[in-house]
Design a protein around this ligand. Structure first.
Ligand SMILES: [Zn+2]
Length: 344
């Protein structure tokens, strides 16, 4: 038998939790890690209807892309759809596991690789790599040196030079400055550990970017179509291969399209990066009115809708799970959770 925790560990070997964005809430939301899994239901949104489907199909684990829960909740009365889904999951012993921006941010087996495959893009790379290497310099009393080093190296940081410093305001105590190398994916965990540790008397710390060498983690992707095509043909191709009922777009450019920047989900924050890298088109979702203006003469925008851009994440996860585990069934959700409808 396989436990919820074992499945979580497997998914985190593909998309480590440290790669999620600050605002995110990936990981196990409900249920115990030691619980044995009967069957898994994979979806984009763990809505109440999806929990119903899980119960009906005998799945006691729901693996979802979006976390239904982003912030701490102080009441659980069933007043909102989020609370109702959580209550139903807990009452019926259904665990909910979230693999969200950590899956968006990985190059291999991530959300964007699915889009690249669907569109037949080549020579893809991460549009905005985030797993850069940082240098962290911490100043603290010399007596606390080992304590700090143990803590940060346990998290994955690498301790470097240690040098004595003279602080003008502290004549009684000897202080040292310690330099650590911190991989981008661990940045938040390391800073959090510094901020929350009251036992250490940290006088000062600073973080500097060292380089952008690790290009396998980050937001969005950019790649090339095998041959240049017209804007009109690109729109039709996207509509067909991404099963998008409609595409919103800016004025079709005169020049052909070959260099494609793209991002599953709400990727409009990457618009400046797509422009900076000279993409012919930026394909994503949730663009705002003014962003269509911002793109004018700089990049062609194609917006296919949030759900449409991420819908292939469900079969991707189901496929990864069923290849790894053969002792339980893995189902793709049947419930359509897209809250957006189109009227033609
Ligand atoms: Zn999304």
């Amino acid at each position: 038998m396989t436990t919820v925790g074992e499945i979580a560990r497997f998914l985190e070997s593909i998309a480590p939790l440290a790669y999620q964005e600050d605002y995110d809430n990936a990981g196990l939301l409900t249920g115990a890690p030691e619980k044995q899994v009967s069957a898994v239901l994979v979806c984009l949104d763990a809505t109440e209807a999806v929990i119903d489907e899980a119960i009906e199909r005998g799945c006691n684990l729901v693996v979802t892309h979006h976390p239904i829960l982003f912030k701490a909740i102080k009441k659980l009365t069933g007043a909102t759809h989020v609370e109702r889904a959580l209550i139903k999951a807990i009452k019926n012993d259904v665990a909910i596991y979230v693999i969200h921006t950590n899956l968006d941010n990985v190059y291999y087996n991530g959300v964007n690789q699915q889009i690249a495959d669907k569109l037949g893009l080549q020579d893809t790379r991460i549009l905005q790599p985030s797993a850069a290497l940082f240098s962290l310099v911490v100043t603290l009393p010399a007596s606390q040196r080992e304590n700090l080093c143990t803590q940060l190296t346990t998290l994955g940081a690498e301790a470097g030079t240690i040098s004595p410093v003279q602080l003008p305001e502290a004549t009684q105590q000897a202080f040292v400055q310690i330099t650590f190398k911190v991989p981008g994916g661990l940045k938040h965990a390391v800073l959090e550990a510094l901020r929350q540790n009251n036992a250490l008397e940290i006088a000062d710390y600073s973080l500097h970017l060292l380089d952008h060498k690790d290009v396998t983690v980050g937001a969005g992707m950019i790649g090339y179509l095998p041959t240049p095509i017209t804007g009109q043909t690109f729109l039709q191709m996207v509509k067909d291969s991404m099963a998008a009922p409609c595409v919103r777009y800016t004025a079709i450019p005169d020049k052909p399209i070959q260099k494609v920047a793209f991002c599953g989900g709400s990727g409009s924050f990457l618009l400046p990066e797509a422009i900076r890298q000279g993409a012919d088109v930026f394909l994503s979702s949730d663009f705002k009115y003014h962003q269509f203006f911002d793109a004018t003469d700089q990049v062609f925008i194609a917006d296919i809708g949030h759900f449409e851009s991420e819908q292939y994440t469900t079969p991707l996860l189901a496929d990864l799970l069923s290849k790894k585990f053969t002792n339980f069934a893995v189902h793709c959700v049947k419930t359509i959770t897209n809250p957006v409808n189109y009227f033609f």
